[in-house]
Design a protein around this ligand. Structure first.
Ligand SMILES: Cc1ncc(COP(=O)(O)O)c(C=O)c1O
Length: 399
């Protein structure tokens, strides 16, 4: 089509507009950075705005990349629908606010992620929503905490940093018998290890910057569940403005493609590291669900038949020396689930807000380190870890 004799300002404003898909289509979905969508007529606009037809209209309400990721994550978690968000906390907030109102009560595991704890303990009471924290590995304590106004039970499928494994099928049955919904944060496990919705969970959440994306380069969250619970969560998220960026959705989708392979490698390596550390004289305790010393060893075998993922914690005789000895090979970084192994220090990071006595009561000591075991060659990894433990032994001998 010949270009009409427009002014330069018009030509510049419409630059690139003639680009449309032709015979060949991109193998990888493009990143849709457009913040708004154009419609051919009012009926087409109405069909999308009313939800009668799938489509995008405004970035905050969701991009095509987010919609693609939502379909993929719902499939992986075995749920009808999913909603992606700008962070794991945005997803959890939207999921919980979607089902809770003033006067409602929540029961939650005391071992949940610290910011989720703070959301329930400090933010929700301002909205008239209260929470009782219990040990979710004790179903009797969970049941005793239920009240007539309890609406939700929130737990994590694998907890940080001691890797406890609540009995999700039993908790789902217990919750449903009391008319309570079960929400499970599945971040540490990933759907390759455990799919909570197939065991009765109503809502499943993730911080997607962990195993789902897998390379510490995409940020976001997701809540998966039935369409009638995802719809109110979406309304809350859109109004609170917690949209996931198109780029982060796109990056997450690229990482997601290797989830199965990565989790097999993470699980195998973490089990091997746990076995070696558990028998090392410089290691006082190891917390990993695949060790027979783990308090929920049998339950973990039953619920996680394909392995336990890459997370474990260990109490080292001299953690500062161990961390220094690994510097340049295994980084100290307060996150998890990358393809490379990293260390974190629960005493000084995730649990630093807890009083010292409470940290010690939970088993979180200054020498406890959390390992997010990566997919490196296991011989190299064990060599690095054993070399650092030798330095710990050397320090002891000198001291
Ligand atoms: C288990 C768990 N849930 C939720 C979150 C919060 O996710 P985000 O940091 O993406 O908001 C985290 C963050 O580390 C986490 O570890």
């Amino acid at each position: 089509m010949p270009t009409p004799n427009y002014d330069l300002t018009t030509l510049a404003a419409r630059a690139g507009e003639e680009a449309r898909p032709s015979g060949s289509v991109p193998l990888v979905e493009p990143i849709y950075q457009s913040t708004v969508y154009a419609f051919s007529d009012l009926d087409a606009l109405e069909r999308v705005m009313s939800g009668e037809e799938a489509g995008s209209f405004y970035y905050r309400n969701g991009t095509p990349n987010a919609a693609t990721l939502e379909r993929a994550l719902a499939t992986l978690e075995g749920t009808e629908a999913a909603l992606v968000a700008g962070s794991g906390m945005a997803a959890i907030s939207a999921a919980l606010l979607g089902v809770l109102k003033a006067g409602d009560h929540v029961v939650a595991d005391a071992r949940i992620y610290g910011v989720t704890y703070a959301l329930l303990a400090e933010e929700f009471p301002r909205l008239g929503i209260t929470t009782t924290f219990v040990d979710a590995c004790d179903p009797g304590a969970v049941e005793a905490a239920f009240r007539p106004e309890t609406r939700l039970l929130h737990v994590e499928s694998l907890t940080n940093p001691l890797m406890t494994v609540p009995d999700v099928p039993r908790l789902a049955a217990l919750a449903h018998a009391h008319g309570v919904l079960l929400s499970v944060d599945n971040t540490f496990a990933s759907p390759a290890v455990f799919r909570p919705a197939l065991h009765g969970a109503d809502l499943v959440t993730h911080s997607v910057s962990k195993y789902l994306s897998g390379h510490s380069n995409a940020f976001g969250g997701v809540v998966c569940g039935p369409a009638d619970l995802i719809a109110p969560a979406r309304t809350r998220l859109v109004r609170l403005g917690g949209t996931m960026s198109a780029f982060d959705a796109w990056m997450t989708l690229q990482g997601l493609k290797t989830l199965g392979l990565r989790m097999r490698a993470h699980s195998g390596n973490a089990q091997a590291v746990a076995d070696v550390l558990a028998n090392h004289p410089r290691v006082r305790a190891v917390y990993h669900p695949g060790l027979s010393s783990h308090p929920q060893f049998e339950r973990a075998q039953e619920l996680f038949p394909n392995g336990f993922g890459g997370m474990l914690s260990a109490e080292i005789e001299d953690a500062p020396t161990f961390v220094r000895a690994l510097s340049g090979r295994i980084p100290l970084a307060p996150s998890l689930a990358d393809v490379l192994t990293s260390l974190s220090w629960p005493w000084g990071t995730s649990h630093r807000a807890l009083p010292e006595a409470e940290r010690r009561r939970l088993g979180i000591t200054p020498n406890l380190l959390r390992l997010s075991v990566g997919i490196e060659d296991i011989g190299d990894l064990l060599g690095d870890l054993e070399g650092a433990l030798e330095e710990v032994a050397g320090q002891r001998a000198e001291g």
